[in-house]
Design a protein around this ligand. Structure first.
Ligand code: ATP
Ligand code: MG
Ligand code: MG
Length: 450
């Protein structure tokens, strides 16, 4: 990519989240932050470089080399960024337009476009499919610091949904309980039926399925099945519309499950620790009898769950340690940098996480280690998984180990994790207040006798 020859016509609107807006071309995406709060370009660049360092030095070792692409901080011509901002404005969903993209610093994060497959089969005409899943938190806290019993029973996602819209919940946030294919398939079926912000499908890099408020993207399951039919059903199939929709969606779900569990090896299967099932989840009611709690070791879900579980004390147990750190920083302000409160996100930041004492010995090292662990767990609770699949004919002679379905059609796939920003140290008091608001609201509105 030649930075001095950037042309906005080569880029199109790709998507956005709370913090950033993403544009793409075939091979790459540019992730631009929404309003730069940084004073200078150098600060804005430093901010993005911090994200790169954090992905590379902290999240990649924790989540696995093969799943994480840390990208590169780039400085773009301001003219290009301004034109780009004008060009994408009309494509942005209305609900996101309360925030504007940073057109002042010219700084962005450049990443591979994960909706495309870099090793695509040459003879393949069908564009790759990419499924994005935001897994949210996969376990219920078992920390003894938790004061409200309900937190051991109902997951944060369900309670938060309740808090936001008082809505019905679909059990997206507790996949550690979905430790067999049947449960997991059901969870994905719920995601397809009610994608909210947690599920998207791209075809050839274009988003073809997501939640309703995301612009013109369709949300009709039958239309989705039409898109998927050529991938999953033989062209001569005589199945009627409704029947074929069901078959096609089922096939899609099976491929997603295989990708999420890949690296499956019976010798590596271990028992997951966050055992208890969320009572508010539909899955709980549907499949109560099935109690098989194994996640294949080293599959993407296992890696994410392991990182999320670094939040071992729950916000309730962490808050006093945050206060200990704050007190220490008041007494010894110069130690802020050696304790790496605001980074740098280097090897030694990771070591603080990995070498944190297991028991509270009253030290500042313990408190800082736990605070860092909590922030890393927050990142892992907020990430997205991208599963990109392409069909390939047998004659392509691809490495068998890359194929996830032995019978035709053949698929190659790649699995990545994205959105791995550091979560600010300063947001911990806010997290603590939010937690009690959410839990109290849930208790008040669902359990009238409580
Ligand atoms: P959130 O509100 O979830 O924190 P965010 O503002 O941090 O979101 P991202 O999740 O990083 O932003 O990006 C927004 C969306 O852009 C993603 O959900 C995904 O659909 C798309 N996207 C981001 N990075 C890539 C990539 N490397 N390849 C393809 N698509 C991407
Ligand atoms: Mg995101
Ligand atoms: Mg994010």
């Amino acid at each position: 990519m030649e930075l001095d020859k950037m042309d906005e016509n080569d880029w199109k609107y790709h998507g956005e989240g709370n913090k950033s807006l993403v544009v793409s071309n075939h091979a790459r995406v540019l992730r631009l932050l929404k309003y730069s709060t940084e004073d200078t370009t150098e600060q804005a660049f430093r901010h993005i470089q911090n994200i790169v360092d954090y992905s590379q030095n902290v999240m990649k070792p924790l989540l696995g080399e093969k799943f994480v692409h840390n990208g590169e901080a780039v400085k773009l011509p301001l003219d290009f960024v301004r034109q780009l901002s004008l060009k994408v404005q009309q494509e942005r969903p209305e609900s996101r337009c309360d925030k504007v993209m940073d057109t002042f610093s010219g700084c962005a994060l450049c990443l591979p476009n994960l909706t495309q497959l870099s090793c695509c089969c040459s003879r393949e005409h069908r564009p790759p499919l990419c499924i994005e899943i935001k897994p949210k938190c996969g376990f219920l806290p078992s920390s003894r610091h938790v004061t409200k019993e309900i937190k051991h029973k109902v997951c944060r996602f369900c309670m938060h949904q309740h808090f936001k819209v008082s809505s019905y919940c679909f059990g997206k946030g507790h996949w550690n309980n979905l430790l067999n294919k049947q449960r997991m398939s059901l969870a994905i079926k719920h995601l397809i039926e009610e994608p909210q912000n947690n599920f998207k499908i791209f075809k050839g890099g274009e988003c073809i399925y997501s939640c309703k408020d995301d612009a013109d993207v369709l949300q009709d399951v039958d239309e989705l099945a039409q898109h998927l039919r050529p991938y999953f059903l033989p062209s001569g199939s005589l199945m009627n519309g409704h029947q074929s929709s069901k078959v096609v969606l089922n096939e899609l779900i099976q491929v997603i499950v295989s990708a999420l569990l890949s690296s499956w090896d019976p010798r590596k299967t271990h028992l997951s620790e966050g055992r208890v099932r969320c009572e508010a989840s539909l899955l709980h009611r549907d499949l109560l009898r099935n109690t098989n709690h194994c996640l294949p070791k080293d599959c993407v879900l296992d890696k994410i769950l392991g990182t999320q579980m670094l939040d071992s004390l729950d916000i309730e147990g962490l808050n006093p340690l945050f206060k200990r750190v704050e007190q220490h920083l008041q007494d010894f302000p110069k130690e802020r940098s050696s304790l790496q409160i605001d980074g740098p996100y280097s090897q030694s930041f990771l070591e603080k996480i990995q070498n944190c004492p297991t028991e509270d010995d009253g030290s500042i090292e313990y408190a800082v280690g736990k605070v860092h662990q909590y922030r890393v767990a927050m990142t892992a609770k907020d990430c997205s998984i991208m599963i990109t699949i392409a069909t390939c004919g047998e004659e392509d002679g691809l490495d068998q180990s890359l194929e996830i379905q032995p019978s035709k059609p053949h698929f190659t796939y790649s699995v990545s994790i994205l959105d791995l920003d550091p979560k600010p140290y300063e947001s911990i008091p806010h997290q603590s207040r939010l937690d009690s608001k959410i839990v109290n609201h849930y208790l008040r509105s669902t359990l009238p006798n409580n």
